[in-house]
Ligand binder design. Structure first.
Ligand code: ADP
Ligand code: MG
Length: 226
């Protein structure tokens, strides 16, 4: 009975996804079609229409890129990596975005951090998603602390602690549902994709949040001894 339930839950997630994709992609496509028709009718502001069409196509690309991560084979390419190196690369990548948004990124790493088995690119994707969400949650700036600690029970804890808008308790469950977003240009896919990747690494993600105080995203990974 339990297996059956899991099966039907999977179907409903697939159904949710399909409905979401259809909806999310239909909007920009409708817009593109409309502007092409306008251009055909010989209006003069063609330049502006090209720009709108390009940005609508870019939106479809963003959505498809996130979905493709989900569609990729579930088998991850695991290699032993120092997650500190990976985090340094990711924060360098996002430094400009942080500075523009008045966000200071502080890293607090324990002196001894064991390597973990991971798919480097996928894990980078996860960190990028969480850091971007943290920056976007602090529209008037603030501090993002990225913490790495290892626990005695063979787990590695990675925390992203922001001082952002927070998430109301009654909304928390929506995080990770496809297409749930509160942002004008959000896709509502980043968290779901990240959660999936973490689970593929046998890890877990927990969200602690307080409205107007901030959010902590805590990711735990098993440490495999060799
Ligand atoms: P997107 O960023 O495209 O909206 P995500 O799946 O990354 O999609 O996040 C879904 C929603 O969860 C966001 O729109 C936001 O409302 C909420 N959220 C995620 N991370 C945070 C955070 N650190 N602080 C506040 N809200 C967050
Ligand atoms: Mg996001």
């Amino acid at each position: 009975a339990e297996e059956l339930m899991i099966q039907s839950e999977k179907l409903s997630i697939a159904g949710q996804l399909a409905a979401g994709i259809a909806h999310e992609i239909r909007n920009p496509i409708t817009a593109i079609k409309g502007f092409i028709q306008l251009m055909k009718s010989g209006v003069s502001e063609k330049k502006m229409y090209y720009d709108i069409i390009t940005s609508e196509i870019e939106r479809i690309e963003v959505i498809l890129n996130e979905l493709l991560i989900l569609a990729k084979p579930q088998v991850v390419q695991l290699e032993r990596k120092d997650i500190r190196v990976l985090l340094a690369q990711v924060t360098t990548l996002l430094e400009t975005q942080a500075i523009i948004n008045n966000v200071q990124i502080i890293t607090e790493f324990d002196s001894s951090i064991p390597h973990i088995q991971c798919d480097e690119n996928q894990l980078k994707q996860v960190c990028i998603n969480f850091i971007k969400n943290a920056i976007e949650a602090m529209p008037s700036g603030g501090t993002l602390v990225i913490q790495l600690t290892s626990k005695a029970n063979n787990t590695l804890l990675l925390r992203f602690i922001d001082q952002g808008c927070g998430i109301p308790a009654h909304i928390l469950y929506k995080l990770g549902q496809p297409f749930y977003t509160t942002k004008e240009n959000g896709t509502g896919l980043g968290f779901m994709v990240s959660k999936r990747i973490i689970e593929n690494h046998h890890g877990e993600v927990t969200v602690f949040s307080k409205e107007n105080i901030g959010t902590t995203i805590e990711v735990s990974f098993p440490i495999v001894q060799d």
